[in-house]
Write a protein that binds this ligand. Structure first.
Ligand code: PLP
Length: 262
């Protein structure tokens, strides 16, 4: 279990204390175990950072040859941490996908491997043991895989804040429309262009917010405007069945969808 560090009133979950120094160690050992069980004998990943470092470590431990596709812009000091066959490519993601198909290599991509999503739930399980009265959690988001894994385990009453750089707010911009756009970011790990899990994440977060939206829509001064905005959002995520429900009923429905006893 990774420790918590308390600074002022905030607790930091120290995922840097995992073996290779990041939360990726939650998923990669399980993904490697799964690829062996499924009969694969090699793996491929496209990453410039923590995921590739973690994949290198666990593939080496399991004697699985790993091919790593990286962008030509990768910094040399990062390359020195990677153990595997490194291929520089201007399109590392699509090349890794093609490579996995043509070489029958297991694709260790976090956002498309369901094992990864489930593995990140460990972080939530630990936090609930360490902080049983948790009220809110802030999660840095790139592809959103970590956020989704954590949100599937947390109880409904815990507020989830998706934290993204204002240069690339792929998920948070659906919820917060007024923000100052930035051109640069210091967090290159969070600037993910393609998000295979985007719909699932947006719909999940939206379902969590629904009771509050419904309350807002019925209390808003201009109920027509509030409801037409809500209608568009729900229609987009195929959640129109919740449109006319009362906040408490929505709460009960969304809990039962996720397998809780209401
Ligand atoms: C340090 C750090 N924080 C957050 C993230 C975001 O993770 P996810 O892609 O699961 O949203 C990453 C992903 O690479 C990361 O390296």
């Amino acid at each position: 279990m990774t420790p918590l560090t308390k600074i002022d009133h905030l607790y930091f979950k120290r995922e840097d204390q995992n073996i290779t120094g990041s939360a990726k160690d939650r998923a990669l050992p399980l993904q490697v175990q799964n690829l062996i069980q499924e009969g694969y004998t090699s793996a491929v990943i496209s990453s410039t950072g923590n995921a590739a470092i973690s994949a290198s470590f666990y593939c080496q431990q399991a004697n699985i040859p790993l091919t790593i596709f990286v962008s030509p812009k990768i910094k040399e000091e990062k390359i020195s941490l990677l153990k595997g066959k490194i291929i520089k490519s201007p399109k590392p993601i699509s090349d890794a996908i093609k490579f996995s198909k043509s070489n029958h290599a297991y694709l260790l991509r976090q956002s498309t491997d369901p094992i990864a999503k489930i593995a990140y739930g460990q972080i939530a399980t630990e936090i609930l043991m360490q902080l049983p009265n948790l009220t809110s959690i802030f999660i840095p988001v790139g592809s959103g895989t970590t956020l989704l894994g954590i949100s599937l385990v947390l109880p409904e009453n815990v507020k989830i804040f998706a934290v993204q750089p204002a240069s690339n707010p792929t998920i948070s911009s659906a919820f917060v429309t007024q923000y100052t756009k930035e051109n640069d970011t210091i967090t290159d790990a969070l600037s993910v262009k393609y998000l295979p899990l985007k719909r699932e994440i947006d719909a999940g977060l939206l379902k969590k917010e629904m009771p509050r939206f419904a309350e807002f829509a019925s209390a808003a001064k201009n109920e027509f405007e509030a409801r037409s905005k809500l209608w568009n959002l729900l229609n987009h995520y195929e959640l129109l069945n919740l449109f006319d429900e009362k906040p408490w009923d929505i709460y009960k429905i969304t809990r039962s969808i996720r397998g809780y006893d209401v």
